[in-house]
Design a protein around this ligand. Structure first.
Ligand code: X2X
Length: 359
């Protein structure tokens, strides 16, 4: 009798797990997806942008009931640090998806330089108007032609200059400073125009260059400056919002379009939700209470550095903000770059961006 009830119990457990298995993995779905989807990004998990990418991977897993597993490859490790190669690699399908900066895509898609025109966008409001307006649509179209599906707008942020020599108020203060910049040509053009001595370097090499004092300075947003503890190398920072670096969540087009609709929907939603979180991290303390409240109320997340400027000052940095006159001096000094760069960006796109911003 005892033996029989044990048999019966085992049979019931077996049948139950079989039916559960059938419910959760319909046989037609089995084996349909890769074990791992590779995601590239240029920074590590401790950066705000990296935290957003991790959230994307987590949300995709959750929203697809574990069917789609994304593995982040930090620090452009799949590209051996060559941060400007991500769009080609995702377009060719060697890498499945990316949580990548527009700067890093701009050599392949020159239209992305719209965000790098010096002193063009100025603030978060203008940026949002562009991303969610005609400019954003046009950029996603450009990506589509390259074999990429744009899923959401995240952020690296408005870039601020830091250096070990002096506070920068006017273009003359930049004279002769050796500055590490990203290998996207508009950066070399801009800093040469301003009288500095810019040098191209991948981010992976840049940190070593800061440590060794090979360069005097660099430029990056607070979402990078704080995690990398820039005060260890540079005492001075000028918050000039001279250009902005959005991050786009994107996927190989062929692969994305082959996903069933419910998977596509889940991935899109995860991209948008993670980007909202990530943008709020990057803007926290720079847009009043707005992003801090988004983090608290929507994501139950308390920002570790709610006041980035004060925090950098508390680490011994001198943070400079430009007066209108100082700002105008930079605008005048970089104006001529527009003649060269608007044709590369495309006059149409430039006009769309101006219209989006109401300029
Ligand atoms: O290389 C940079 O400066 C960084 C980390 O901001 C980008 O990837 C564009």
């Amino acid at each position: 009798m005892k033996q029989f009830s044990k048999y019966l119990r085992n049979a019931v457990v077996f049948l139950l797990s079989l039916s559960l298995g059938l419910i959760f993995t319909a046989p037609s779905e089995a084996g349909k997806f890769k074990k791992e989807y590779k995601m590239t990004l240029n920074v590590g998990p401790q950066f705000y942008w990296g935290m957003g990418a991790q959230k994307f991977a987590d949300l995709v897993k959750e929203k697809t009931n574990g069917q789609i597993n994304i593995k982040p490859y930090w620090g452009s490790s799949l590209l051996k640090g060559a941060q400007l190669k991500s769009p080609q690699m995702v377009a060719s399908g060697v890498i499945d998806c990316a949580y990548e900066s527009t700067i890093n895509s701009s050599p392949v898609m020159p239209e992305m330089n719209i965000f790098s025109l010096p002193f063009f966008i100025n603030n978060f409001e203008n940026l949002d108007k562009m991303e969610y307006g005609e400019t954003g649509k046009a950029i996603f179209k450009v990506m589509d032609k390259k074999g990429l599906v744009g899923l959401a707008w995240a952020e690296n942020g408005f870039r601020q200059v830091t250096n070990s020599k002096r506070a920068i108020h006017i273009p003359a203060d930049l004279k002769g400073l050796r500055l590490r910049v990203v290998g996207s040509p508009i950066f070399i053009d801009t800093f040469r125009q301003l009288g500095a001595d810019p040098v191209n370097m991948n981010w992976g090499d840049a940190v070593t260059a800061f440590q060794q004092g090979v360069v005097d300075g660099q430029e990056n947003p607070v979402g990078v400056l704080i995690p990398v503890q820039i005060w260890q190398y540079h005492k001075y920072s000028t918050f000039w919002n001279y250009l902005v670096d959005p991050v786009i969540v994107y996927w190989n087009k062929k692969q994305f379009n082959a996903f069933p609709e419910n998977i596509q929907k889940a991935i899109r939603e995860a991209a948008v939700e993670s980007a909202r979180f990530e943008k709020a991290l990057c803007r926290a303390g720079l847009d009043g209470e707005k992003s801090l409240n988004i983090l608290k109320n929507e994501f139950n997340y308390t920002m570790k550095v709610p006041e980035p400027v004060k925090y950098m000052e508390s680490k011994g940095m001198t943070v400079t903000f430009l007066s209108d006159a100082e700002r105008n001096a930079f605008i005048d000094a970089t104006k001529s770059l527009y003649n060269k760069w608007i044709p590369k960006v495309g006059k149409d796109l430039y006009e769309k961006a101006k219209a989006d911003m109401g300029k």
